[in-house]
Design a protein around this ligand. Structure first.
Ligand code: FAD
Length: 301
């Protein structure tokens, strides 16, 4: 269903909640860019902000220090991503305890990708948590954490069927997960059908759509291929011929994401998770369209 921009069906858009995902920076320059993004997005009062964990556990320290700085320097509630990859259970438990000590009470628990990258066979670390379900149980043994997990509207590439994938989600919920964030998708029908099937399976936790504003079409399309997210031809067509025209690309990206989230709102969706890529402006604009305003401005008024 196309959204009619002239007649917003929910005006003002009430009860919308957002969360933002960042990745830990690799250099001083990237750190400055991340903090510009955090500072710009913080006044929108997100439910939480999450910080990813590098493939193969490569960012253990950087994820921790980014999350700890968010606790120290902002009013935001951080969620730390954590995977089972390349670590023993004791090492993972130690990371969880360090988060608890730093005041973090929310973990995004993931199995993680195989060490040699998506597409290769996943081998659990000997002595490590073998699945995301085992990791969730481990986290909950360490303390009172809110645990969010992944969900795959177009199924995880390793799952034989969507039903098998939903079985994994059910196991994660039974282990204590209280929210799922989806892999990004561009065709809302995938998400809406998926939520229907998940509900039919008796899973009642929020299934928050993960929205990726297309900062760079080629990169997004190649990432989508690895993650099993489909890229519709209409999306490719919209970015066609704009390889050397970043300004127009950004306008198109804003329009595409706006159309997607407003259509989801029309279908009753109230919570959105944005993959920010550590850049604020597109996400800020989309949140503005969703009716979110800086609480700093409100206070000043
Ligand atoms: P799960 O949902 O646990 O399972 C993935 C697949 O493994 C299943 O579909 C199934 O085929 C199989 N499987 C799992 N458990 C069982 C079982 N008990 N029995 C049989 N088969 C099983 N990656 C990172 O490295 N760092 C991150 O910070 C990160 N953040 C992410 C955030 C979100 C919101 C999403 C959607 C993904 C994220 N990923 C991240 C990617 C994720 O690590 C990969 O997709 C990974 O391949 C699967 O991890 P998972 O926890 O999603 O897997």
């Amino acid at each position: 269903m196309a959204h009619d921009f002239r007649r917003p069906s929910r005006s003002p858009l009430a009860n919308i909640r957002v969360s933002f995902e960042f990745f830990p920076p690799k250099s001083a320059e990237m750190e400055a860019a991340l903090w510009d993004a955090i500072t710009r997005l913080e006044p929108l009062d997100p439910s939480f902000v999450s910080v990813t964990y590098g493939a193969g556990g490569s960012t253990r320290e950087r994820t921790h220090s980014t999350v700890a700085r968010i606790v120290r320097e902002t009013s935001l509630k951080p969620a730390a991503h954590l995977t089972c990859v390349a670590a023993t259970r004791e090492e993972v438990d130690e990371v969880v305890r360090a988060y608890h000590a730093a005041g973090v009470r929310h973990i995004v628990a993931l199995r993680g990708d195989p060490v040699s990258g998506p597409g290769s066979v996943y081998e659990p670390h000997p002595g490590g948590y073998a699945t995301s379900t085992a990791l969730i149980e481990g986290i909950r043994r360490q303390g009172d954490f809110e645990v969010t997990v992944s969900a795959y509207p177009e199924k995880h590439p390793e799952s034989a069927t969507l039903d098998a994938d939903i079985d994994v989600l059910k196991a994660k919920v039974d282990a204590g997960a209280t929210r799922a964030i989806t892999q990004f998708f561009f065709d809302n029908a995938h998400y809406l059908r998926y939520v229907e099937r998940v509900r039919a399976r008796g899973i009642n936790i929020p299934i928050v759509p993960g929205i990726v504003p297309v900062q760079n079409f080629r990169q997004t399309a190649s990432f989508a291929k690895k993650t099993g997210a489909s890229v519709p031809q209409w999306l490719a067509d919209r970015f066609e011929g704009l390889e050397e025209d970043p300004a127009t690309r950004r306008l198109i990206a804003a329009a595409v994401a706006a159309e997607q989230v407003l259509d989801l709102v029309d279908h009753g969706v109230t919570d959105f998770h944005f993959y920010t890529m550590n850049k604020a402006d597109l996400v800020y604009a989309i949140c503005h369209l969703l009716g979110l305003r800086s609480h700093l401005t409100e206070r000043a008024a």
